[in-house]
Design a protein around this ligand. Structure first.
Ligand code: GAR
Length: 202
C-alpha cells in the first residue's frame, strides 16, 4: 500500500481532503506523515485529531534551502513515504529535493496553470480580469508551478467576486480533484510522457 507524506504551511484543508479520502477508501493509501515548516499551522492539529503522525521542521532553523530540504527528505524517508503531496506548502523546494522525489511529488495550485503561477493566484486572476479560473494538480519539476499537469477543474469568475469568494469556489474543486489525482497515481494509472500525463485504464 502507498504511503502519503503531505506538506502543509497553514490551514490544511487539502490535507484533510486527502486524509479523509484515504480513511474512506477512495484513495488506496495511508497518510504516513503530515509535515509543516510552520509550528502553529492549524492543519497540524487537524492531522493530530485524525491520528496522523505530524512533524514540524522550521525552515528558519536551517541556514540554506538545501539543508532544510535535506531534513524534510530524511523525515519522509523515515516515514517510508512513497508519494509526497504539497498542500499549501508555501516554501520552494530546491532541485535536489525535486530530483530525489521525481515523479512522486505533486502539488495543487489555485489557478488554471500555466496562468497565474506563484503567490496569490486568485488575486492575480481577479486583477487580470479573466472570466474563468480554477485549480490544477500537477507533478512538480524544477520550475515553479510548471510541472506536467494531471487534472484541472474550471470555475466561473463572477463580476462581483472578491478574493475570498473566488478562493472558496476554487477550493471546492481542489478538494475534489486532488484526491482524484492521488488515487490515479497510487493505482499506477498515470504515465508521464514529456509534458503529457496520460491516464491509463484499470
Ligand atoms: C490552497 O488554495 C492551495 O491551492 C494553495 O494554498 C491553499 C492552501 O489551502 N496553494 C498555493 O497557492 C501554492 N502556490 P489549505 O491549507 O486549506 O489546503
Amino acid at each position: 500500500m502507498s504511503t502519503l507524506g503531505i506538506l502543509i504551511s497553514g490551514r490544511g484543508s487539502n490535507m484533510m481532503a486527502l486524509a479523509d479520502a484515504c480513511a474512506e477508501g477512495r484513495i488506496r493509501a495511508r497518510v504516513g506523515l503530515v509535515l509543516s515548516n510552520v509550528a502553529g499551522a492549524p492543519g497540524l492539529a487537524e492531522a493530530g485529531r485524525r491520528g496522523i503522525e505530524t512533524l514540524v521542521i522550521d525552515h528558519r532553523a536551517s541556514r540554506t534551502r538545501d539543508e532544510h530540504d535535506g531534513k524534510v527528505a530524511q523525515a519522509l524517508r523515515e516515514s517510508r513515504v512513497t508519494l509526497v503531496c504539497l498542500a499549501g506548502y508555501m516554501r520552494l523546494l530546491g532541485p535536489g529535493f525535486v530530483k530525489a522525489f521525481e515523479g512522486r511529488l505533486m502539488n495543487i495550485h489555485p489557478s488554471l496553470l500555466p496562468a497565474f503561477p506563484g503567490l496569490d493566484a486568485q488575486r492575480q486572476a481577479l486583477e487580470h480580469g479573466v472570466k474563468v479560473s480554477g485549480a490544477t494538480v500537477h507533478y512538480v519539476n524544477e520550475s515553479l508551478d510548471a510541472g506536467p499537469i494531471i487534472l484541472q477543474a474550471a470555475v466561473p469568475v463572477e463580476p462581483d467576486d472578491t478574493e475570498e469568494t473566488l478562493s472558496a469556489r476554487i477550493l471546492e474543486q481542489e478538494h475534489r480533484i486532488y484526491p482524484e489525482a492521488v488515487s490515479l497515481h497510487v493505482d499506477n494509472r498515470l504515465r508521464i510522457e514529456g509534458r503529457q500525463v496520460r491516464v491509463t485504464g484499470r
